[in-house]
Design a binder for this molecule. Sequence first.
Ligand code: HEC
Ligand code: HEC
Ligand code: HEC
Length: 251
Amino acid sequence: MRCTPRIQARTPFASCLSSCSRWSLALSLTLAAASSTAACGGSDSTSPDSAGTQTAPTEPATGEPTANGTPAGEKPGSNGDGGQPPADGPITPSTTPPLQLETDKAIVDALAVAKLDLGALPASLAELNPRQRSAVMKSFTLALGTTCEGCHSKSGDQIDFKVETPNIKVTKKMWSEYVGKLKKKDGGPIYCDSCHQKKMKFLDTADNRSLGVWMKENFVSKLARKDGNSHACSTCHGSPFNGPILDAWEK
Ligand code: HEC
Ligand code: HEC
Ligand code: HEC
């Protein structure tokens, strides 16, 4: 039964998906082809730009992500037309903020209250004792810039913590698959805020090609897998490339 209400609507993303599926597919194929070469230990696996150069000149996204006037965190794809760009026009750099490599001290402190260390977190949220869980819940609100209700749903005036909302399901996977299995390129741990930076949603989905370049420069080049296997788009998107991976995580 899929009667659980979504806590945070993902409408801009969904509308983009339906209106942009054509160019999104083309991008996915180009980039996935480039990345699977790297993922399979191809000879160009040392070239982090291989995906970007196949589609457009790659501008480092680390400069000024908000330089084109769209405040980071606004929903650039929500202006009614799904933000659909021309299929083969120039690529505008993504306004998605670059990965944040240092975890906020407030988050480290919140976890330390329950003696949780960023470098040695349990593999699954289910392993947390009540004291640890409460510290982790606080860390989630800090990392995602939300309240308990960002994930837990209300039943009348009260929050019903037992209800498994889509965001709770996504969170369990974010914990085990991303925080649990990925690390910074230099080996240090990542946490929710590395990617989220006080926002539930932070991807600029206006142009999937720009987003693909951003993903290459941030999620691929700045991260590595803890299991030591080579890291590429396929780590998260699988092979063949599947774009909207969170749809399955919400269920
Ligand atoms: C980012 C999403 C998220 C936020 C925000 C969040 N939680 Fe949670 N919460 C979860 C997840 C996921 C679980 C399930 C953990 C598990 O598998 O044991 C959970 C479980 C719980 C539980 C245990 C529920 C049960 O089944 O017994 C309590 C209590 C709880 N949260 C309280 C809070 C409080 C209080 C806040 C605000 C300070 C909060 N949560 C904020 C995701 C969240
Ligand atoms: C490697 C990067 C990364 C890490 C680390 C990460 N996330 Fe995410 N998360 C994402 C991306 C990308 C999205 C999609 C955001 C968007 O659509 O703008 C997302 C989406 C979500 C969503 C769904 C939001 C919505 O409204 O649909 C939740 C909830 C979430 N993450 C929770 C967490 C929590 C809690 C943690 C830490 C345990 C975490 N994430 C760690 C990348 C990450
Ligand atoms: C650390 C995990 C991770 C890596 C590595 C990663 N991505 Fe993503 N990507 C995500 C998440 C999470 C989303 C949000 C999916 C959703 O909302 O369902 C996303 C979304 C996207 C989207 C928009 C999805 C769509 O179909 O509209 C594109 C395009 C994309 N990624 C391209 C890439 C490319 C190209 C690479 C490799 C250069 C890559 N990603 C590497 C996690 C990752």
